[in-house]
Design a protein around this ligand. Structure first.
Ligand code: HPA
Ligand code: ZN
Length: 335
């Protein structure tokens, strides 16, 4: 590969904006809002970033959200992500946020949405990144709570393109959220859900069959079920894979043991994403760099992955064509 990964035009489809809060920004916002954190210095905060599973990460992720209070806080966090995404060669980003986690802390939904949306409104002009916003619902909360927030988002005409499903997966199957996804689909929203990160392959199947999702976030445990893999290949269901996240949350033992190469050769529609980059050791460029170092991916493999990310996005066909054109130019320059 001749050029650095930043030059590979790509879309990021699996990104939690709250997971982009870097420790430095956490402390800055805590000071700005007069909030006392349990880990008030960079050193003590950084010591918390060792995770044993998804839940151990979620505990810190939700605790750190306490510093997000005003529209400006949400806007600053979002702009900081876009700046880093630009440095990773991201040209289109679909960004999840967790409305329930903020409303539960007493932050108004309009504060959250307006703050993030104000940064996204100028992301093409500021960073050359087209962007869409996805409201992700917490699967360890009730469906009623999710439906209430969805209705509020629809009533306020929030600029969201879709909904997702995240948080603690095991024990919270897709079947819990059938009415939520039905309502969102009827409202014209695009549908995605986390499945097969820690949960079994049957959750991937249920997300497709019961929720009608168009994409699966993670989906790595699908490889345990040959029949499911056959279906995912046949239907080219996008799987938004996050290699560094999977290692840090111990969904896989090591990067060398990551199933992504196997998924690629099976013909699955996979792409590379960062999930919660401030917590897992890097943005999407770092995820690509780590995989290239581990698996010696060639230019053709990188083109496949970037092409999958662009084609699997919820961008307009005009924007997809534009980015696929940029990707073709990148490919030609690789010789
Ligand atoms: N998995 C599930 N829920 C999440 C994650 C994740 O990786 N990040 C933020 N919420
Ligand atoms: Zn995620």
């Amino acid at each position: 590969m001749k050029s650095p990964i930043i030059q590979l035009p790509k879309a990021e489809l699996h990104l939690h904006i709250e997971g982009t809060l870097e420790p430095e920004l956490i402390l800055e916002l805590a000071a700005r809002n007069n909030i006392t954190l349990p880990f008030p210095t960079l050193e003590t905060l950084r010591e918390q970033y060792e995770f044993s599973d998804l839940q151990s990460f979620l505990n810190l992720y939700y605790a750190n959200m306490a510093v997000l209070i005003t529209e400006a806080d949400f806007a600053d966090m979002t702009r900081a992500y876009l700046r880093r995404a630009q440095a990773s060669g991201v040209r289109h980003a679909e960004i999840m946020f967790d409305p329930q986690a903020h409303v539960a802390r007493g932050v108004a939904l309009t504060t959250v949405v307006n703050g993030i949306a104000s940064a996204l409104a100028s992301s093409v002009a500021d960073f050359g990144i087209s962007a869409g916003l996805i409201a992700a619902f917490l699967r360890d909360e009730s469906e009623e709570s999710a439906l209430e927030i969805l209705e509020a988002l629809l009533t306020m005409d929030a600029p969201i393109i879709g909904i997702g499903l995240d948080s603690a997966e095991v024990g919270n199957p897709p079947s819990k959220f059938i009415r939520l996804f039905k309502r969102a689909g009827e409202a014209g929203l695009r549908l995605t859900a986390h499945a097969g990160e820690e949960g079994p392959p049957s959750y991937v199947e249920d997300a497709l069959n019961l929720l009608g999702v168009e994409r699966i976030d993670h989906g790595i445990r699908a490889v345990e079920d040959r029949i499911l893999v056959k279906r995912l290949v046949a239907e080219q269901i996008p799987l938004t894979v996050c290699p560094l996240s999977n290692v840090r949350l111990r969904a896989v033992d090591t990067l060398a043991a990551h199933p992504l190469p196997q998924m690629l050769s099976a013909g699955l529609n996979v792409c590379v994403n960062s999930d919660d980059p401030a917590y897992f050791g890097g943005y999407v460029g770092a995820n690509f760099d780590a995989m290239v170092a581990e698996f010696q991916w060639d230019a053709a493999t990188l083109e496949t992955l970037a092409g999958n990310s662009i084609r699997s996005s919820f961008a307009s066909s005009a924007r997809k064509d534009e980015l696929l054109g940029e990707l073709a130019a990148w490919s030609a320059a690789q010789g």
